[in-house]
Design a protein around this ligand. Structure first.
Ligand SMILES: NC(=O)c1ccc[n+]([C@@H]2O[C@H](COP(=O)([O-])OP(=O)(O)OC[C@H]3O[C@@H](n4cnc5c(N)ncnc54)[C@H](OP(=O)(O)O)[C@@H]3O)[C@@H](O)[C@H]2O)c1
Length: 333
């Protein structure tokens, strides 16, 4: 497995990470046995970075990962756990805001350690900036958890350039987790340069735009009412038609190279820099195998320019989140 380093201060990790969110939440039904088998297959293939959030299924995702690690045998020690906290949920699954107060940070960590069945978290980060709490206080609390040995590294998620600078002034930051794909390139202008200046890596999520540019989504797909994609502007009406036209253009390039659309999309993010680690949201072994195939895809200058022509910057129709969630993104200010 190819390796990359998370920022200048972070650990070495596999060049692809596995994002486990969809195994518990947001993308409709997932098969529990197949999810665990997918985590095992990822570890067997040399993937070391597993990403979760304590709010993915209100603890479900962490307990699932804990179970997968307990039954993973010798591979368990290889896993590096990246955990997000701070999103508040109601019993009905509603989203109630964010909590980045220092006492809350430590409380979230205590529960995560228990659910994961581990004595430390490798990378810990707040999922969204809590507008009521200065980032210095939230990062300061994680730094205390590092001092105490409960956390190894500090990350950030979906924050903008100014917040990144303020956080990095408090403690070393290993990586920023943020959406980055062929059709979501917002970070290229300001955020990526700041991360590079400060030696902060990127763990890129939504590399397949939540399945939209995986080559497996169709005009006929009908996500369940509790599936994030039911409410996502990019998956709706005329936007979906337009966005799948982009995928059709990409498919021609993929076919000419004898690879899949998902592999082209992942390979293009991999090609953007050694400091970027794509997190793929596979929750089935066949999807994981396809994603791993992207590591073998070499994109020539001609391939990259054909991809650029098929999907130029800003080509997607629709925002990447519904309006209410867009407004909670410090990275979009
Ligand atoms: N920091 C944040 O704010 C944030 C936000 C969202 C996610 N994340 C993290 O990033 C991870 C990845 O994000 P994502 O799930 O949105 O990413 P994604 O990889 O763009 O999308 C995953 C979706 O694409 C489908 N898919 C189709 N072909 C695939 C293939 N070959 N490999 C993988 N998936 C394929 C998946 O499986 P099916 O075909 O089975 O549906 C799933 O529905 C999450 O699991 C989570 O850990 C972080």
């Amino acid at each position: 497995m190819q390796q990359r380093t998370l920022g200048t201060t972070g650990p070495q990790v596999s060049a692809l990470g596995l994002g486990c969110m969809g195994m518990s939440a947001l993308y409709g039904h997932a098969d529990r046995g197949e999810s665990i088998a997918t985590i095992h297959a990822a570890l067997d293939a040399g993937i070391t970075l597993l990403d979760t959030g304590d709010f993915y299924g209100m603890g479900h995702n962490e307990m699932l990962i804990g179970e997968a690690l307990r039954s993973a045998g010798a591979n368990r020690e290889k896993a590096l756990l990246s955990v997000k906290f701070g999103a508040l949920r109601g019993p009905d699954g509603g989203w109630l805001g964010y909590d980045g107060r220092p006492a809350a940070v430590k409380n979230f960590a205590a529960y995560s350690l228990q659910r994961l069945g581990t004595d430390h978290i490798d990378v810990y980060r707040i999922a969204r900036l809590d507008p009521a709490v200065p980032i210095e206080e939230t990062v300061g609390a994680i730094a205390e958890l590092v001092q105490a040995g409960y956390v190894r590294h500090i990350g950030l998620s979906e924050v903008g350039a100014e917040t990144i600078r303020r956080a990095a002034a408090v403690a070393p930051i290993t990586d920023l987790q943020i959406e980055y794909s062929l059709i979501t390139r917002g970070i290229e202008e300001q955020i990526l340069p700041v991360c590079r200046e400060l030696g902060i890596g990127i763990t890129a999520y939504g590399v397949l735009s939540r399945g939209l540019i995986s080559g497996h989504w169709s005009r006929e797909a009908r996500p369940a009412p509790d599936d994030f994609r039911t409410l996502s502007p990019r998956f709706s009406g005329a936007n979906l038609e337009h966005n799948l036209d982009l995928v059709d253009a990409l498919r021609k390039i993929a076919e000419a190279k004898g690879v899949s659309v998902a592999q082209i999309a992942i390979a293009r993010v991999l090609a953007r820099g050694e400091d970027i680690v794509p997190l793929v949201g596979a929750r089935r072994r066949d999807r994981l195998t396809e994603a791993l195939g992207a590591l073998e895809v070499t994109l020539s200058a001609a391939d990259l320019s054909a991809i650029e022509k098929a999907v130029p910057p800003g080509a997607a129709a629709g925002e990447r989140y519904p309006a209410a969630q867009m407004s909670s993104l410090d990275s979009e200010r």
